[in-house]
Ligand binder design. Structure first.
Ligand SMILES: [Zn+2]
Length: 432
């Protein structure tokens, strides 16, 4: 539709992504599109040139959109465009705040690009809201932990690779019973990130402007999240190692918590205080082993990913986790059921692991009996699919009513059913 471009041209307006200019306002060199460049220096703009320019701008915008989609940065692109138009910004806000489920359905569960949370609206991003929702509704704290320790986030992700978090963990280790402590990172726009989920998107890849200043909306979001989280997850002691402004926000919710931060969280005084307080509390409890916590960590990821029901069936006490964090294998009776790695930050199921999704009727895709796909399931071969499936979810492929393969969704469940073209599932393991 180029009517607006022509109409603007007939009225002598040149369109730009940042707004429109009357042809008399346009300075030399402002636009280098073919139409503008062809114009002789002294010449005024002709209507014809203006219209051609407007066409060029539209074509360029289309190319920019295509490129942004390809690179997975469409939202960022849209945000730069709405920044110069209050009415577009209005529509984007309404879309975000009132149509969460529409957007969430179309948002992959994991991405390779970094989430740039530069706008205060980022607390409404669908992947951010979904993360908070899953933490509050699916996730449960590791059973063996008794002490909650709030930590600040770090610029480097995952947090545990940052200098500050290494210092915190050294302090924890020196207490003699580190695994009885549950580390929970307080941050915006995600609210809280339990340590077990630090490799889950977007916790593993987001960037925020760090100012130490908290907006009222962020403050309320963090308080609400902590309140709801503590309704579901009970600890005997709560310690906060958060810088002062953030600590105050949390203290309003948990007046009884112990604060250990003195000035900067990694200052000598702060680390010393943290060490003293932890030592006083951790040894009141039975010693918790790293192996137990590793299994609980995998269970936490499974809860986040598939819900509590599947997680408690899949990760029982007989499950063994081997490997070196974060590259882990999950075994049951010496048979591998899943793998965990930094790349996805989620569990990747084997056929044996897939059976748990089958029996829970979760993330299933039924394919035509006439096909036996090896590399990918195409949408045209899908008979039916769980509408709850999101792009990048681990799914089970059923053929003749039995598990045929496990893989990763490349469309959401509704699209798999409706679409006639395109890849629906990238197969990881299949029956021979
Ligand atoms: Zn131009």
């Amino acid at each position: 539709d180029s009517i607006s471009a022509v109409a603007a041209g007939l009225n002598n307006y040149l369109l730009f992504p940042e707004g429109r200019y009357h042809m008399e306002e346009v300075e030399e060199g402002l636009c280098l599109c073919p139409a503008c460049r062809r114009r002789e220096k002294e010449d005024d703009y002709s209507k014809d040139t203006v219209i051609k320019h407007n066409y060029n701008m539209l074509l360029r915008e289309l190319a920019m959109v295509k490129n942004a989609i390809k690179k997975g940065v469409l939202r960022q692109f849209v945000e730069t465009r709405t920044a110069s138009s209050p009415s577009l910004m209005e529509k984007l806000r309404v879309l975000r705040q009132e149509h969460y489920s529409f957007l969430e359905k179309r948002t992959p569960v994991t991405k390779k690009t970094t989430l740039l949370a530069t706008s205060t609206d980022s607390i409404f991003y669908p992947e951010v809201e979904r993360f908070r929702k899953r933490v509050l509704e699916n996730y449960r704290k590791p059973v063996s932990t008794r002490i909650l320790l709030f930590l600040p986030c770090s610029v480097k992700k995952p947090y545990s690779l940052s200098k500050s978090h290494r210092m915190f963990r050294n302090v924890l280790r020196s207490t003699g019973n580190p695994w009885v402590v549950h580390e929970v990172i307080v941050t915006s726009p995600l609210g809280i990130v339990p340590r077990e989920l630090e490799l889950v998107y977007p916790a593993c890849r987001y960037d925020i402007p760090v100012t130490g200043y908290w907006y009222e909306e962020e403050k309320k979001m963090i308080q609400r999240m902590i309140r709801e989280y503590l309704n579901r997850n009970v600890y005997e002691t709560i310690i906060s190692h958060l810088p002062e402004t953030l600590n105050k926000i949390i203290e309003e919710e948990i007046p009884e918590m112990i604060s250990t931060c003195r000035g900067h969280p990694t200052s000598k005084g702060s680390l010393k205080k943290l060490n003293e307080v932890l030592k006083e509390y951790v040894n009141k409890y039975e010693h918790v082993t790293g192996d137990v916590r590793m299994r609980e960590m995998i269970k936490c990821v499974a809860q986040y990913q598939f819900g509590d029901n599947v997680a408690s069936q899949m990760i029982r006490d007989d499950v063994v986790v081997i490997g070196r964090y974060p590259s882990l294998k999950v075994l049951k009776d010496t048979q591998q059921i899943a793998a965990f790695s930094t790349e996805r930050g989620l569990l990747s199921l084997t056929l044996a692991g897939g059976e748990y999704l089958v029996s829970a009727e979760k993330n299933w895709v039924v394919i035509e009996e006439t096909i036996e796909p090896k590399g990918s399931v195409l949408a045209v071969g899908v008979k039916d699919a769980d509408p709850g499936i999101r792009v990048e979810d681990d799914v089970v492929v059923l053929r003749k009513k039995r598990l045929y393969a496990t893989g990763v969704a490349k469309m959401n469940g509704e699209e798999m059913k409706e679409m006639q073209t395109g890849e629906a599932v990238r197969i990881r393991h299949h029956r021979s």
